[in-house]
Design a protein around this ligand. Structure first.
Ligand code: TXA
Ligand code: MG
Length: 338
């Protein structure tokens, strides 16, 4: 158990920034907004601080963290950037793309941040406040999503506090996250690029720059996932308290509805991801919708969340990926999930 802390609420301006940087400098944990979801940050070069991330989240130590940089040049100190990585960085950074690359032996990143792997996941966030924090610290920030392990990712300061108040030193309130879904994780360490997690940058956008991207079940990677090398691939994840039923074309009396487009008739507890069926809007509202429906449905004695069909093109791939994990059977103990 970790001892309860007083979690400081910091404003997004200059005063909040310098206080947050001082806390990180001293080995503390600070949650901050990014364009995707809120991160739970620590100085990536400080092993004790990184260890505290795992403790605060209740996250298994074999699940590696993404390291955040203020620009690509800073990232080059820690990883080997291939020509393909370079092209992707030029096109998508700053932005919602994390690249898994070979770690340089000279890298000062704490081994635990990469869970002892010979690779590192790196990203330059588009959020100006996040980049300003990295610049103020002058070191990379290791940051998973700022939720307790296995729970829904946070897209507002309120979501973070609901999970982590008293477990971290501070949070900068950066308002709602505009993309609302995590970064795309692309592995560039094999002979061909492999999509580990669909996210804010779509596979169509990636393929327009680097050609075909492999995804789905790859025997070697399935084995790696089995050994929990990239536990974000675990099937059950992003789990709300209530069970989730996908592709609902009708609604049961004991269900709340996560709608996309015109809601199903008969639903009375409804969160509409996008009345106009707009995928970027739905992505931005997804985790908020799961948080809110979970709370409202439980208050009114509903037993399940029904989800309307959502297309799998563009950002729909990341949305349906998160919903499929939210709906998966949950054989694992919560501490086994990130
Ligand atoms: O948008 C995001 O990516 C957010 C914000 C805060 O940047 N972060 C985030 O982190 O979602 P997290 O820890 O919740 O998810 C990171 C994912 C996990 O699935 C992890 O297993 C995978 O990236 N990952 C990290 N390093 C890896 C590596 N070296 N090899 C393979 N997978 C890796
Ligand atoms: Mg996460």
């Amino acid at each position: 158990m970790i001892s309860p802390l007083k979690t400081e609420r910091l404003p997004a301006g200059a005063a909040g920034l310098s206080r947050a940087a001082a806390i990180l400098q001293a080995g503390g944990l600070v949650s901050f907004g990014t364009e995707t979801v809120y991160g739970l940050g620590a100085d990536a070069t400080n092993a004790r601080a990184v260890a505290r991330i795992f403790e605060a989240k209740g996250r298994p130590h074999f699940n590696p963290l993404i390291c955040h940089y203020s620009d690509a040049d800073m990232a080059k100190r820690d990883v080997q950037m291939s020509e393909m990585a370079q092209r992707l960085a030029e096109r998508f950074w700053p932005g919602a793309l994390s690249l898994v690359l070979p770690r340089l032996i000279t890298s000062k990143i704490a081994t635990l941040a990469g869970a002892g792997l010979e690779t590192l996941a790196i990203r330059v966030p588009a959020h100006a406040g996040a980049r300003a924090l990295i610049e103020a610290l002058s070191r990379p920030i290791a940051a998973p999503s700022a939720n307790r392990s296995g729970r829904i990712s946070p897209t507002s300061a309120a979501h973070v506090l609901a999970d982590l108040d008293g477990r971290i030193e501070a949070i900068i309130d950066h308002g709602p996250c505009p993309v609302g879904i995590e970064s795309t994780v692309l592995d560039l360490t094999g002979d061909r690029p492999f999509l580990l997690r669909p996210g804010g940058v779509t596979i169509e956008e990636l393929e327009a720059v680097i050609g075909p991207v492999a995804r789905g079940i790859d025997p070697a990677r399935a084995e790696a996932a089995r050994r929990l090398r990239s536990p974000g691939l675990l099937v059950s994840h992003y789990a709300p308290a209530l069970p989730v039923r996908l592709n609902a074309t009708s609604i049961g009396a004991d269900e709340a509805l996560l709608a996309f487009g015109p809601p199903l008739p008969g639903a009375d507890i409804v969160f509409n991801l996008s009345p106009a069926s707009d995928l970027p809007e739905a992505a931005a509202r997804l985790f908020d919708g799961l948080h809110e429906l979970d709370r409202r449905a439980a208050l009114q004695g509903r037993r399940q969340i029904a989800v309307m069909p959502i297309p799998t093109s563009g950002l729909g791939l990341a949305i349906t990926d998160r919903l499929t994990r939210a709906a998966a059977p949950r054989p694992m103990a919560p501490h086994q999930l990130d």
